[in-house]
Design a protein around this ligand. Structure first.
Ligand code: HEM
Length: 493
């Protein structure tokens, strides 16, 4: 009976979206037009005060929640960091969209422009990417977007065989490191071994190069990416060091790419020297220059793929390892029923696709912990945006900002929205909910293409996560731990 309000509601009022996310409830014509609540406050003071709330006094989630309550609306105007009083030219004014219906306007490429708004009005210096405006910063109206998106999708398509083999062999190394650490200590911290595993498998799959051809990159490549990523996003991210130091030291200015230029150059040279085949593909099939090809490979590999998995996998492993409701037993039974017993046996993209509970657990983790929490898009023209309860006028040029952790707990769509329900996405009603699962900047039922900005790896990401769970339960009867460490592993009998 869920999608919750669907049955009772009239047909959805799609923002004229090219993806099939059509949220439920009343059509705009039946909803009252309401003046948009919220304020930007006084110049400098308003943005600074909101910045302090966001990073210090409230934190991102409470920041949005308290304003939803205050304005009695899931759509309102406010500011979002960064607010650099003395540096850069960043406009912190946004229109927050915090329910499934208003958020889905972000996918309507007729209504919104995605130029340079990956992490808001603030775009890190292009020096982080050798001066190239990589694909993720391009709007769909820019001809180069189509070339780069198709190139990214081609990298995924041609890597599908290697992907499975490299994932499983790097997971072998990962788990053997964890077993050794657990046997020596009480717990094994797994973040760095996991990042090394993810970096090696992604580099082999997407760039077609084994990191072992360069001992330095094998050893340090993922560490370089961590630093490169951190200096781009720190101004927009709550880190958690004591205040006021975080505000004074980390959120007051943008960082210059020079800090990470040496490490980035090493990665560039590595791709330049060893990834001839994919570079040729970018140049000859997709009309990119050599330089554009390499920087785009590095961005997709380092920011989209490595960055995305580095955030997502700990929440997935932590959820499973920390569970004491019997979920592990149910997952183990399903995995072994489909694959038989024994590590690696019968495990592939096809078999993993048959594991309904495993897939549902992956979707539910992405719902409650969307790895990319904020999404932005700019109004191309004046238009009317609808929430579940009202319609608001948005002006050309305004920046819409959705905070996914709240949007994905929209009580009009999801029953018991705060609860982790492993079976939520199983069966007919479960699969209907996939239209409202938005982690990939589009619905899980959508199709990434050159005409939209949905993650090119929407399906590969979820299937890879399923493979990681299935591989785990072919190796072990159970694991215990949390989002950063594994405490025990019990090998499969
Ligand atoms: C857990 C892993 C991943 C997560 C959480 C993730 C998430 C996202 C999100 C949210 C966006 C949209 C950003 C925006 O415009 O607002 C995006 C875009 C993109 N992602 Fe992923 N991604 C992941 C893995 C990957 C992988 C493995 C690839 C490899 C090809 C990839 C390729 C892309 C590309 C090319 C875009 C840009 C799409 C466009 O410009 O039209 N992503 N990703």
């Amino acid at each position: 009976m869920f999608v919750r309000s669907m049955a009772a509601a009239s047909p959805p009022p799609p923002p004229s979206t090219s993806l099939s996310s059509q949220p439920p409830s009343s059509s705009p014509s039946q909803l009252p037009l309401r003046a948009m609540p919220g304020t930007y406050g006084w110049p400098v003071v308003g943005p600074l005060s909101d910045r302090l709330d966001y990073f210090w006094f409230q934190g991102p989630e409470k920041f949005f929640r308290t304003r939803v309550e205050k304005y009695k609306s899931t759509v309102f105007r406010t500011n979002i960091p960064p607010a650099f009083p003395f540096f850069g030219n960043v406009n912190p004014n946004i229109v927050a969209v915090l329910d499934v219906k208003s958020f889905s306007h972000l996918f309507d490429m007729d209504l919104v422009d995605k130029r340079d708004v990956l992490i808001g009005d603030f775009r890190p210096s292009l020096g982080f990417y050798g001066g190239v405006r990589v694909g993720v910063y391009l709007d769909t109206t820019e001809p180069k977007h189509a070339k780069i998106k198709k190139f990214s999708m081609e990298l995924l398509k041609r890597s599908s065989e290697v992907w499975l083999r490299e994932l499983l062999s790097n997971l072998d190394k990962f788990w053997s490191t964890i077993e050794t650490d657990v046997s020596k200590n009480d717990a094994a911290s797994y973040i760095f071994p996991l990042q090394s595993c993810v970096f090696n498998f992604l580099t082999a799959s997407l760039a077609g190069v084994k990191t072992s051809v360069s001992p330095e990159i094998a050893e340090n490549g993922w560490k370089i990416l961590n630093t490169w990523l951190a200096f781009q996003v720190i101004p927009t991210t709550k880190i958690g060091i004591p205040q006021p130091f975080e505000e004074l030291l980390l959120h007051t200015w943008p960082y210059p790419p020079l800090i990470v230029a040496g490490g980035y150059k090493k990665l560039y040279n590595f791709i330049n020297d060893h990834a001839g085949e994919v570079i040729r593909l970018g140049e000859e099939e997709f009309g990119l220059t050599r330089d554009e090809t390499i920087h785009n490979i590095l961005f997709v590999l380092g920011f989209n793929a490595y960055g995305g998995f580095s955030v997502f996998l700990p929440s997935l492993i932590g959820k499973i390892a920390g569970d004491n409701t019997g979920l592990q037993e149910r997952l183990r039974t399903e995995v072994r029923k489909v694959c038989g017993s024994g590590s690696g046996s019968g495990l592939n993209f096809r078999t993993v696709n048959e594991m309904e509970l495993v897939k549902s657990v992956v979707y539910e983790t992405l719902r409650l912990n969307p790895p990319v929490p904020l999404q932005f898009a700019r109004a191309r023209e004046d238009f009317k945006i609808s929430s579940h309860d009202a319609v608001f006028e948005v002006k050309k040029g305004e920046l819409l900002c959705g905070y996914q952790p709240l949007v994905m707990r929209d009580g009009k769509i999801y029953e018991d929205p705060e609860e982790f329900k492993p079976d939520r996405f199983i069966g007919q009603t479960g699969s209907e909910l996939l239209s409202y699962l938005f982690w990939s900047n589009g619905p899980q039922t959508g199709t990434p293409s050159e005409s939209n900005k949905q993650c090119a790896a929407k399906d590969v990401v979820t299937l890879t996560a399923c493979l990681i769970i299935a591989d785990l339960f072919l190796r072990y009867d159970s694991v215990t731990g949390d989002m950063s460490s594994i405490k025990t592993v019990v090998k499969a009998k």
